[in-house]
Design a binder for this molecule. Structure first.
Ligand SMILES: [Zn+2]
Length: 445
């Protein structure tokens, strides 16, 4: 067996057996972990130091993907981003819904009706892990409506249930939680994290391509540091630099605030720093900046929950509803509730019922109705407030119709962007293209 810090050849790909990995490294350096865990002793030959130096001095290529949450096309038009380096840009269609639909679509290169991920909460009283929450509903809401209390409770629950994905209870009333199950139980940034298909990370593992994916639980500062550290080792072929904080800044301040400008400037500086760093260790660095969706400024809100509750129907007995911030989804227990709720929704001018055909066109999984029997989508800029996602109107929001100008995502690159790259589901094609050379076995002497 190779000892610590020796270089080994596994299925023609040279990797370093990292006995010195810390637990957080082993969580995120997926390519390494898989390769090290699965290696077959018969397939290994140890490289001498000379052989290793020789392989290191060869021409090396890195595909750097920088993901900036909510860095939409309109935001890019307004603020720009590393225009001297990233000369190629394209507006990308996003998927209908929230990040829980868009991010898996980027990583899988497929639509929600294929990969199976759409909204975090779906109707499933039988499998709901929140059944016992109906007892908590008796406690004073003043305590449990506080965002911080719910956030801590979400963390605790994730630990108890062993959830590794992004888990948040938001503002879903405790009495309503027992009707729902939660989709994102497992981390889809590690291999085998997606319900129905693979991701680019599964593909890398399958093809023995070393890559690095940021740990989304860390701060942006430590994510950047970790990426630089791993790039310096010169062993990976792709890194996924995950920068999620611009989204929160724009939720809190809208798209036109000085805070947004400053955040984007800071991101530019950081991305440039990592890119320059990569150029020191690689001969050829393809840099891509990508996003999942844009951001719209909020111009108003509607108390949809009150409108529906005024109908006098009983939640749970007549209907079930999930009030997301930009849409409401309904399930019906009888035809009367379907009729009354549909009539009510048609009378509300700041939103509309999404037809089945349109849901199908937008590739929302519909076969088992777990995400909704009827969808009501708000006009861009108008929030449902209060909703099950929040109790206050905030200045910026996404999750409106994907054809709204503020919904579109972005791809920027120092490489030409092929004309068939037009949707966030096309980003994976660029990744596989960039990594195509690695599919040819690297034969070492
Ligand atoms: Zn967001």
């Amino acid at each position: 067996m190779p000892r610590k810090s020796q270089w080994v050849k596994v299925n023609f790909i040279s990797i370093r057996k990292r006995n010195d990995m810390q637990s957080s490294d082993s969580l995120t350096v997926n390519g390494f972990r898989k390769a090290v865990d699965d290696f077959d002793a018969e397939n290994i030959s140890v490289l001498s130091n000379e052989q290793y130096s020789a392989s290191k001095s060869k021409s090396k290529k890195l595909a750097m993907y920088v993901f900036i949450d909510a860095f939409g096309w309109e935001i890019y038009q307004k603020y720009g981003f590393l225009k001297d380096k990233l000369r190629h840009s394209r507006r990308l269609e996003t998927t209908f819904g929230f990040s829980s639909a868009a991010d898996p679509s980027i990583l899988t290169g497929r639509y929600p009706d294929e990969h199976g991920h759409w909204s975090s909460f779906y109707y499933s009283p039988e499998t709901s892990p929140f059944k016992w929450f109906r007892y908590l509903d008796l406690l004073p809401s003043a305590i449990f409506d506080r965002w911080r209390v719910r956030h801590l409770l979400s963390k605790l629950l994730a630990k108890i249930y062993g959830y590794t994905g992004y888990f948040e209870l938001y503002s879903v009333p405790f009495g309503k939680l027992p009707y729902f199950d939660y989709l994102e139980k497992y981390d889809y940034f590690v291999p085998k994290g997606i319900l129905n298909t693979d991701t680019i990370f599964d593909w890398c593992v399958e093809n023995n391509i070393n890559y690095y994916c940021s740990n989304w639980r860390d701060s942006e500062e430590s994510i950047i540091k970790a990426n630089m550290k791993i790039i310096q080792q010169g062993e990976i072929k792709m890194n996924y630099l995950y920068l999620p904080k611009l989204d929160g800044v724009m939720h809190n301040y809208g798209t036109n605030h000085l805070q947004v400008e400053e955040k984007i400037k800071w991101l530019e500086g950081q991305v440039e720093k990592v890119y320059e760093h990569a150029c020191e260790y690689y001969d050829d660095v393809s840099l891509y900046v990508i996003s999942d969706h844009g951001m719209a400024d909020v111009t108003g809100s509607v108390d949809l929950i009150q409108e529906i509750e005024q109908l006098g129907l009983k939640f749970g007995q007549d209907y079930i509803a999930m009030y997301d911030s930009t849409m409401a989804r309904f399930w019906f227990k009888n035809s009367k509730s379907k009729l009354l709720i549909s009539q009510k929704l048609r009378s509300i001018k700041s939103g509309e019922i999404v037809s089945k055909e349109e849901l199908q066109r937008m590739r929302v999984p519909q076969s088992d109705k777990k995400f909704g029997e009827l969808f009501f989508l708000m006009t861009p800029g108008i929030l449902i407030n209060p909703s099950f996602m929040g109790l206050q109107v905030i200045p910026g929001m996404h999750g409106f119709h994907p054809e709204d100008k503020d919904s579109f995502a972005t791809i920027l690159s120092n490489r030409e962007i092929d004309e068939n790259i037009n949707s966030i589901t096309d980003i994976r094609k660029t990744m596989e293209f960039e990594l195509a050379d690695c599919l040819v076995p690297e034969r070492l002497q």
